[in-house]
Design a protein around this ligand. Structure first.
Ligand SMILES: [Zn+2]
Length: 387
């Protein structure tokens, strides 16, 4: 909470929804290329009052009645409805954001249940699509909100269609390939987005506002890959997921209700096992950034699906990252040791998973033996090698 908000809070004795403070301009009204005016009070009129279900949230002064009405007029998209995504979706739907779009390609599995709080054993048994299972539960939690389920992979083909009509995009993905796509759409269309990642007991998050903060490319360059720790190799504990997702939602609520002064403008890093909490100053956007400086949108325009997948004869698929990585094979071998027998030398490693085998080269290229379906090969690569 910023000093302003704290003093407002202390000065106030009111316990109703009266808005005796200056209404803030909505963030979207400050961006020249904005096409959306969510929560526009003119459009809504001051006679409207929020549903009583939001009483405790509207009583929180920095949000207030106006902020609550703005939330009701706002639209968000959540990319990835897994561990982070289920927490993001739960909080945003219950907060009364007008439209919440859920985008996910996967189905619910038993191993999700430890941390993906919207799913249950029946969903896993029936192999229900995550976006649909989550949407069904959330519509029961708040019938006022439009919850949209999109069961699809986010790619350069559909990213603009699915993301360019919202006020905030929230990252619930587990890979940088999709994050660069989100960043391209966000910068191109002037949309704020909440980066978030969590694995093992650590995570990081940042709220990115094109034109006001650095973008993902400013922060990480164009070749970030997440370090190749994935939830499937080193695991993840639920509390770190909740912490990161909660920070993403808090920043989103500040933004959507016009509380721009309260935004953190830092990258927040936490490791709950090591009791580390730190923040890194953003600095300013890099004027020569290819994305937000020069407006070249490589992830959108390269028209590759990131991982090139090709068949090499019967029951072998080659997967090659669009940008070649320099892998630490020893680290990857250690991560894979729980899943199968691993042999490794300086230039490659081979892991036998029983039903299939992966041969992985130091530049990130892999051969998946025992697999015929390119989609399955891509999914297995993302799961065990990471991207
Ligand atoms: Zn940038």
């Amino acid at each position: 909470m910023n000093d302003d908000a704290i003093s407002q809070h202390h000065e106030s004795t009111a316990h109703d929804y009266s808005d005796d403070h200056e209404p803030k301009r909505h963030p979207q009204q400050q961006t020249p290329n904005s096409r959306h005016t969510p929560g526009s009070l003119q459009a809504h009129g001051s006679l409207k009052t929020p549903h009583p279900r939001y009483a405790r949230q509207a009583l929180f002064r920095p949000i207030g009645r106006d902020g609550q009405l703005r939330l009701g007029q706002s639209r968000v998209a959540i990319v990835g409805v897994g561990a982070l995504g289920t927490v993001l979706a739960t909080q945003l739907v219950r907060a009364g954001v007008g439209l919440v779009r859920l985008i996910d390609r996967d189905i619910v599995e038993t191993t999700n249940l430890q941390r993906q709080s919207l799913f249950d054993e029946v969903d896993a048994e029936n192999g229900v699509a995550k976006a649909e299972a989550a949407a069904a539960k959330l519509r029961q939690a708040n019938g006022e909100v439009t919850v949209e389920a999109q069961v699809t992979d986010l790619t350069w083909r559909n990213a603009e269609e699915l993301l360019s009509d919202v006020d905030v995009i929230l990252d619930g993905t587990d890979n940088f390939e999709v994050r660069y796509l989100i960043n391209d759409v966000a910068v191109k269309h002037g949309i704020a987005w909440a980066y978030g990642g969590a694995v093992s007991s650590y995570g990081s998050t940042a709220f990115i506002r094109p034109g006001h903060t650095p973008c993902l490319v400013c922060l990480f360059g164009e070749g970030a890959n997440g370090g190749h720790d994935t939830c499937d190799t080193v695991g993840v504990i639920a509390p770190v997921v909740s912490v990161i997702a909660s920070i993403q939602v808090a920043e989103t609520l500040k933004y959507l209700t016009g509380n721009l002064d309260a935004l953190s403008n830092v990258m927040t890093l936490v490791d709950l096992w090591r009791n580390d909490f730190s923040q890194m100053n953003f600095g300013s956007a890099n004027p020569s950034c290819p994305c937000c400086g020069k407006h070249t949108f490589h992830a959108l325009e390269s028209r590759t699906d990131g991982l090139t997948v090709s068949l090499c004869g019967r029951q072998t698929v080659q997967v090659r990252p669009a940008v070649s990585n320099s892998l630490n094979l020893r680290q990857v071998a250690a991560n894979l040791a729980n899943h199968g027998s691993v042999r490794q030398n300086a230039s490659l490693l081979r892991c036998d998973f029983g039903k299939f085998q992966i041969t992985l080269f130091a530049d990130g290229r892999a051969l998946l033996h025992g697999i015929e379906d390119p989609h399955e090969a891509r999914a297995l690569y993302a799961r065990y090698i990471g991207m």
